[in-house]
Design a binder for this molecule. Structure first.
Ligand SMILES: Nc1ncnc2c1ncn2[C@@H]1O[C@H](COP(=O)(O)OP(=O)(O)O)[C@@H](O)[C@H]1O
Ligand SMILES: [Mg+2]
Length: 282
């Protein structure tokens, strides 16, 4: 069975003053179960718009998004989202925030089991000691962990990450990246992530999907990332292959920002070393 299919999806918005904004133009992409895909592209190109349609928070103007061969019409717990701004309710504790999702998704199971579920996932993301704290009493990283636990507690098959680590300091960010990678392995998750960070995309993904700038954005290029899993941060970041992937992505993004001529100029100054066994970028 096909897992996620984005089929010829176009999307426009009607803006009160700017008129019609053509965001995406016939975007097609398939994702396998257990895959980790990252969407990267310049700000405003339509990454969140695409993710929102997979989440069922918005609908394509034309084309379709199918999850397990059924057209997505609305949000569902099998497709849980983690946003950059954790969106926790400030008047509820960490546990109560997660319980909100658990209660909504599993109304039929006894209260004690629901509580155990919420506590379990908060434990998995390292918040055992913070259950009864309020959002203002915990750090930004802990808030994102709460958001992660809330998403995991819904028992999703597909995790949708919209720049979930974007607002965190570098150290917290790498910790959460590694924990998400561990969860991807241990819980057999499939992850569809949007990020601004080339390094994050390469380190975490099986495929980096790079989008052209909008309006009418399309997928410009997809890079397959061949590091074995589980991934070891230092090994990956220090490898020649990582530098090669990084060059490829940056070359693409730079060319989209400044035009192909500028990219050619950049590349005559920066040399891209060939990597044995890896085809040279086109
Ligand atoms: N609800 C909306 N109404 C009107 N325009 C929108 C809406 N959502 C997004 N847009 C516009 O669509 C474009 C893509 O936005 P978005 O998907 O958020 O970009 P990204 O996540 O890549 O930065 C932007 O020009 C944005 O202003
Ligand atoms: Mg966005």
């Amino acid at each position: 069975m096909k897992f996620l299919e984005i089929m010829q999806v176009s999307k426009h918005f009607s803006h009160p003053t700017k008129g019609r904004i053509e965001v995406l133009d016939k975007v097609s992409l398939e994702m396998r179960r257990n895959e980790f895909i990252t969407i990267i592209g310049h700000s405003g190109c339509g990454k969140s718009t695409l993710l929102n349609m997979v989440a069922g928070l918005d609908a394509p103007s034309s084309g379709a998004v199918c999850f397990k061969e059924r057209e997505i019409a609305r949000p569902g717990p099998e497709r849980a989202v983690v946003f950059q701004n954790h969106s926790l309710l400030p008047w509820r504790t960490v546990l109560a925030n997660v319980m909100l999702a658990v209660d909504a998704v599993f109304p039929a199971i006894p209260k004690g089991e629901r509580l155990a579920k919420a506590e379990h996932w908060l434990g998995v993301v390292g918040l055992k000691e913070q259950l009864h704290k309020y959002p203002h009493e915990i750090s930004g990283g802990q808030k994102q962990r709460t958001g992660l636990a809330r998403a995991l507690a819904m028992g999703p098959e597909l995790m949708l990450f919209d720049e979930p680590f974007g607002a965190l300091d570098e150290l917290t960010r790498s910790q959460l990246q590694d924990e998400s990678l561990r969860l991807h392995g241990d819980e057999h998750l499939s992850v569809f992530m949007v990020t601004h960070s080339v390094d994050e995309a390469i380190y975490m993904s099986d495929r980096v999907v790079m989008m052209n700038n909008g309006p009418n954005a399309t997928i410009g290029r997809i890079v397959d990332i061949d590091f074995p899993r589980p991934r070891e941060r230092l090994k990956v970041f220090e490898s020649e292959l990582f530098a090669h992937y990084r060059n490829e992505c940056i070359r693409f993004l730079f060319s989209r920002r400044h035009g192909a001529q500028a990219a050619a100029g950049l590349l005559s100054e920066a040399t891209v070393e060939p990597v044995p066994g890896v085809p040279a970028p086109a």
